[in-house]
Design a binder for this molecule. Structure first.
Ligand SMILES: [Zn+2]
Length: 209
C-alpha cells in the first residue's frame, strides 16, 4: 500500500505530539502490557495516598489512561498539585534513589525518589521540584513520612503533578539499572472505596490511617 503524503504527514505529526505530551519516558521495552486490576483488597492495601491529610488532589492520568500511562507505565497515578506541595511516602521502605538537581520546566530531566518496600517492590515519586528531595539514599521511611516537594520537572506536559507508580523492582528508565520492571496495579487503604485503584478526574482526600 502506498501512503499518501497527507497521511504520512499526519502520522509524523501525531507521533511528535505524543512524544511532546507523554508525561513519562517513552516505553523502554516497546511492547504492550495488559492492564490488570490490583490484587489486594483496598482496605488491606499497604499503600496510602502520597500526600498529607486535609488536602485533596485530582487524579489526572490513572491506570491505563493512555499517553504517558501506557504499556510499561500502564499502572500509576498523576496527582495534579502546585509546585512545592509536600509529598509523603505511600508505604514504608528504604530510599533507593533520590535526585533533585533538575530545574522546573526542564522537560528532559526529572527529579525523583524511589523507595524499596519489604517485598522488594519499588515506589516511584517523580517530577519533584528542584531541591525538593527531603530524604537520603538508605534512609528508612514510614508511610506518611515527608519525602519531598512536588514539582514540574521532566515530561509533565507542562502540568505540575506528582507521578506515583509501583514496580516489581528498581530497574527503571534513567536509573542506570539493567533489566526493566513495568508498573503494577495499586490501590490505597485511605482513599475511600477504590477496589480497582483511583479514577481519573476525581479528587481524593486522604483519611487518617
Ligand atoms: Zn504519570
Amino acid at each position: 500500500m502506498k501512503l499518501s503524503p497527507l497521511l504520512l504527514l499526519s502520522l509524523v505529526f501525531g507521533i511528535a505530539l505524543f512524544a511532546i505530551f507523554s508525561p513519562e519516558s517513552s516505553d523502554p521495552e516497546r511492547r504492550s502490557y495488559p492492564c490488570s486490576q490490583p490484587a489486594t483488597d483496598w482496605q488491606k492495601s499497604p499503600y496510602v495516598l502520597p500526600y498529607r491529610d486535609h488536602f485533596a488532589y485530582v487524579v489526572n492520568q490513572a491506570n491505563c489512561s493512555g499517553n504517558g500511562h501506557s504499556n510499561f507505565w500502564n499502572h500509576g497515578y498523576d496527582f495534579v498539585m502546585p509546585v512545592g506541595t509536600p509529598v509523603t511516602a505511600a508505604r514504608k521502605g528504604t530510599v533507593l534513589t533520590a535526585s533533585d538537581g533538575c530545574a522546573d520546566g526542564n522537560r528532559q530531566c526529572t527529579n525523583l525518589v524511589t523507595v524499596q518496600h519489604e517485598d522488594g517492590t519499588v515506589g516511584l515519586y517523580s517530577h519533584l521540584t528542584r531541591g525538593g528531595v527531603k530524604v537520603h539514599v538508605g534512609q528508612q521511611v514510614a508511610a506518611g513520612d515527608w519525602i519531598g516537594l512536588s514539582g514540574n520537572t521532566g515530561n509533565t506536559g507542562g502540568l505540575p503533578h506528582l507521578h506515583f507508580s509501583v514496580h516489581p523492582c528498581g530497574a527503571l528508565p534513567g536509573l542506570g539499572l539493567s533489566g526493566t520492571c513495568p508498573s503494577i496495579p495499586v490501590n490505597f487503604k485511605n482513599a475511600g472505596p477504590n477496589p480497582n485503584g483511583l479514577k481519573p478526574l476525581k479528587a481524593y482526600l486522604p483519611a487518617p490511617f
